[in-house]
Design a binder for this molecule. Structure first.
Ligand code: SF4
Length: 482
């Protein structure tokens, strides 16, 4: 391993987690390297990086996932487990399985006396009960604070077990950026599973990195598109296996479905195994689908074929957007989402003639800057809230900006009675050229049918005082100089 990336996204230069303002001055300050580091003097709960590590790997075949933590840390796993079960059903699996997740349930005694005994027992029982090929052990704030030596335990037990034991260091307190959890998972794959030596290359094999939230429809579409370039897709780590992971170094090229997924890992693969990669955007919307497809085609030397295909798809799909545009033209949109999808959605709405008024995203870095510069050319000045969760800021902004539609997790904004929808759909087609038509119709249908949210607003109240709505949404974001 040549490059030493810590797996903590904050360690990358010019990365910001706490930021609020308008897109034009933010982009300008970033260019001049004048954006100041800041922190929130008040914050609500953040999404933890541990769940991203677990979610990234949860659909791997023949695997057990041991979460070395108090029970509550694994609470969010139910959502990932549901996605995995539905994903199997969509992929034609008749006997749908639940993921094998075990929590060591660290309690007060373990915090004082150490939890290593529980972890040893959990690993041995998991191997005995499920006979897996892979056992992942996820660390937590608690195991990190008490200093349980998870690496030493897995190393020690590895002698006695056939299953490969893989510790993943994803203690929540290490990073405020939940995408660091993806990096922790890939660092572990690199360290514990991949061979050290370079492997003979397999012509046409391409690593496609994607999280489990990718729908089967999207998987098929991406596979079809890459097939046009004569590519065999090696899916990692979604619905993948130990054998497929071991093929990673033989690939001719790599790409990812999301801008913040495996981006650092692909840099390592290039350095360690000479695998070039395309790091572009999420293929949602016309601009992003073009950019994503042409990006990987360029790496493979197939740009000409890709351009011909893109032109054909434009000729087919763009006329069909006219009807959707009539329904959505000029509608004002607030978008909230993970880094990859929020920027993809902001580019997508331009296909329908909609206008961005607010964008909430977890991180601002060089990749975000590239997207914001593009978006500033279309939507001009809009509000940017760089926040991992923080619904109190979101409701303040939505109340102030009064968008015609909200795109993102609707739990809070729906209570204003405005139409809400999302572009993260693990069950349907959202990517590629047909995905544009599906998402356009979905957004238009929501805009035209706001009845449910209107009723909700009459009965469900948000827990904030009027004085908060009259305050500056970013009043708790303090730069280091304040
Ligand atoms: S690892 Fe830490 S931040 Fe993550 S859920 Fe557990 S206690 Fe919370």
């Amino acid at each position: 391993m040549s490059r030493a990336y810590s797996g903590i996204r904050e360690s990358r230069p010019y990365t910001y987690n706490d930021l609020g303002g308008h897109s034009l001055p933010i982009a300008e300050d970033y260019t001049k390297k004048c954006l100041k580091n800041a922190d929130r003097s008040f914050t609500q709960g953040l999404q933890c990086q541990q769940i991203n590590s677990i979610t990234a790997l949860i659909s791997l075949e023949s695997s057990v996932f041991i979460v070395h933590s108090p029970q509550g840390c694994a609470g969010c796993v139910s959502m990932a487990a549901d996605g995995y079960r539905v994903g199997q059903a969509h992929r034609g699996v008749r006997l749908v399985k639940s993921p094998r997740v075990i929590v060591t349930n660290l309690d007060q005694n373990d915090i004082i006396l150490g939890g290593e005994k529980k972890l040893r027992e959990a690993i041995s029982l998991a191997v005995e009960r499920y006979a897996p090929k892979l056992v992942f052990v996820f660390t937590s704030c608690a195991s990190g604070i008490i200093g349980d030596d998870v690496d030493a335990i897995t190393r020690d037990l590895q002698k006695d077990h056939g299953a490969l034991l893989v510790p993943i260091h994803c203690d929540g307190f290490k990073s405020k950026i939940c995408a660091s959890g993806f990096d922790a998972a890939f660092i572990a794959i690199q360290k514990y599973i991949l061979p050290r030596e370079k492997q003979p290359k397999q012509k046409g094999l391409v690593n496609l990195f994607a999280p489990t939230s990718i729908s089967y429809k999207d998987q098929l579409e991406i596979e079809r598109m890459l097939g046009l370039l004569g590519v065999e897709v090696n899916y990692i780590p979604f619905y993948s296996s130990l054998e497929k992971i071991r093929r990673i170094p033989s690939a001719e090229a790599s790409t990812s479905i999301c801008k913040v997924f495996a981006d650092e890992f692909m840099k390592d693969l290039e350095e360690d195994y000479g695998i070039p990669f395309a790091h572009t955007v999420m293929p949602i919307g016309v601009r992003n689908t073009d950019k994503w497809f042409l990006g990987i085609a360029k790496i493979l030397g197939k740009e000409k074929e890709a351009r011909e295909y893109v032109q054909k798809e434009h000729d087919r799909v763009l006329p069909q957007l006219a009807d959707i545009k009539k329904r959505l033209q000029g509608k004002r949109v607030f978008i909230c989402g993970g880094t990859g999808r929020s920027f993809a959605a902001a580019a997508l709405i331009d296909d329908f003639g909609m206008k961005l008024v607010g964008l909430e995203t977890p991180t601002y870095d060089l990749d975000a800057q590239i997207d914001i510069e593009y978006l500033n050319g279309i939507h001009r000045d809009y509000v940017v809230d760089v926040a991992n969760m923080q619904p109190f800021e979101q409701v303040n902004l939505v109340n102030r900006l009064k968008p015609d539609v909200f795109i993102g997790v609707p739990a809070w904004s729906a209570r204003f009675g405005i139409p809400t929808t999302h572009v993260l759909d693990p069950k349907r087609a959202t990517m590629g050229y047909d995905g544009i038509l599906y998402l356009g119709n979905k957004i238009a249908n929501q805009v035209e049918n706001p009845g449910f949210n209107k009723k909700l607003s009459a009965y469900a109240r948000l827990p904030y005082r009027q004085s908060w709505y009259e305050s500056d949404a970013f009043k708790f974001i303090k730069t280091c100089e304040e």
